[in-house]
Ligand binder design. Structure first.
Ligand code: NIG
Ligand code: FE
Length: 407
């Protein structure tokens, strides 16, 4: 079936043929969708094609659906108690070291059934469409046993079949050392390498292997060992790198040709240089720095000047960033990282798609690409980060189907 989206006052998109930051802006445009695919982009002067159905954009703006390239959506209970502890002055690291944080979520995750966690995850991910996000990268990492990590990845696989939001699965068994291995971390690393990764890869439950490479969590050498094992099994590498300390995570990402390195608040100059040289995508998470109540953000401008092409994502998770709202990332990314709307557009669509190896299919409005779109009630692109804390989404379209509409 074909759908014509008419009356688009502003259409904004990055293009595969353009450089990072250069965007296409059309006024009074129309879009034709055939099935799941964008089949025509029409300028104001063009005559309009026939279509089976018409969507009136009512003079609003159309962008590619947001691609949220870093999320942890599969968890059981929320952690507002830890949030209040942070408000009262405890740091995320203190809570983490005292057995809270990720290990707290792990204990709860293991006690809930797959059906219970699946049902709550399904509710949670429906919110992404409300804010105009059409694809997310989704990590496991709250199970930390073979059975519970598989439980997490199976939930993602099943939800990919049962609802419309596309989730690209990442295995994050190396999110933390679970309680029972605290005195024997080597055994946990061996379990990840010899049992979890082979099973996850064999069953095609993940596309990427990720690790929390951080002081007090996994060392650079352990991260290398685990990520290279993942690569041997066909899982491309991602890292949580240099978030709390300059730790050599960005340098490692470049060394092993990771697809992305994420967080990077404390990245070194060498790390920036190495990532730019190897084309590793920095995935910046301004919402995490904000929600942890910290003042120093990842040096986005420095990375762009060095030649990196950055993505921006929410890091949606129960501890360090609880939002599914990519529009809010525009505001924090602009104010705290100095990113401009043209850069934020790339960072949240086409470059985000590149960081999950999906740039040929999604992330821009181009003929032949998947019809993943968001219609926003904004007069121009500068207005999106400017009017903050509200939801500008008027309609979200996934693979040519309307999946959210504001009445
Ligand atoms: O990306 N840094 C590690 N992992 C998550 C936090 C997970 C949690 O606190 O539950 C992050 O910020
Ligand atoms: Fe994360």
């Amino acid at each position: 079936m074909s759908i014509l989206i008419k009356n688009i006052s502003r259409l904004y998109t990055p293009l595969s043929t353009k450089k990072y930051g250069e965007i296409l802006e059309l006024h009074n445009a129309h879009l034709l969708i055939e099935g799941q695919t964008i089949s025509g982009i029409f300028d104001s002067g063009d005559s309009l094609p026939e279509a089976g159905a018409v969507i009136d954009a009512e003079g609003k703006a159309v962008l590619p659906g947001f691609v949220d390239a870093h999320t942890h959506p599969v968890f059981w209970k929320t952690r507002e108690d830890e949030f209040i502890m942070r408000v009262q002055g405890k740091s995320y690291e203190e809570i983490f070291k005292a057995g809270g944080g990720i290990r707290n979520s792990v204990r709860r995750f293991r006690n809930a059934s797959k059906e219970q966690i699946k049902a709550i995850t399904k509710k949670r991910i429906a919110v992404f469409f409300e804010y105009g996000t059409t694809t997310i990268e989704a990590k496991s990492g709250y199970g930390l046993s073979t059975a519970d990590e598989i439980k997490s990845l199976e939930i993602i696989a099943e939800l990919n079949k049962e609802q419309q939001l596309e989730m690209i699965p990442t295995f994050l068994g190396a999110h933390e050392i679970p309680d029972e291995y605290q005195q024997n971390r080597r055994a946990y690393i061996e379990l990840i390498k010899n049992e979890m990764i082979p099973i996850v890869a064999e069953r095609k439950l993940a596309q990427f292997c990720d690790i929390f490479c951080e002081k007090g969590v996994f060392t650079v050498d352990e991260s290398r060992e685990i990520l290279l094992t993942g690569k041997e099994h066909g899982l491309a590498a991602k890292l949580h790198a240099d978030e709390l300390h300059a730790f050599g995570g960005a340098e490692l990402a470049a060394e092993i040709n990771a697809v992305s390195a994420d967080h990077l608040v404390k990245i070194s100059d060498q790390g920036i240089h190495d990532m730019a040289e190897k084309g590793v995508v920095p995935v910046l998470l301004p919402g995490t720095t904000f929600f942890l109540g910290k003042d120093n953000y990842a040096p986005a401008r420095k990375m762009l000047e060095a030649g990196c092409e950055a993505a921006v994502a929410t890091d949606f998770n129960p501890g360090s960033s609880t939002t599914q709202n990519m529009q809010l990332m525009w505001t924090i990314g602009a104010l705290k990282m100095g990113l401009l709307p043209n850069e934020l557009l790339w960072a949240t669509t086409l470059t985000a798609a590149k960081s999950i190896q999906k740039e040929n299919k999604i992330g821009s409005i181009e003929q032949g690409k998947q019809a993943d779109l968001v219609i926003l009630d904004i007069p121009n692109l500068n207005y999106l980060p400017y009017h903050y804390g509200v939801n500008h989404t008027y309609m979200t379209i996934k693979k040519g189907r309307v999946v959210f509409r504001r009445y």
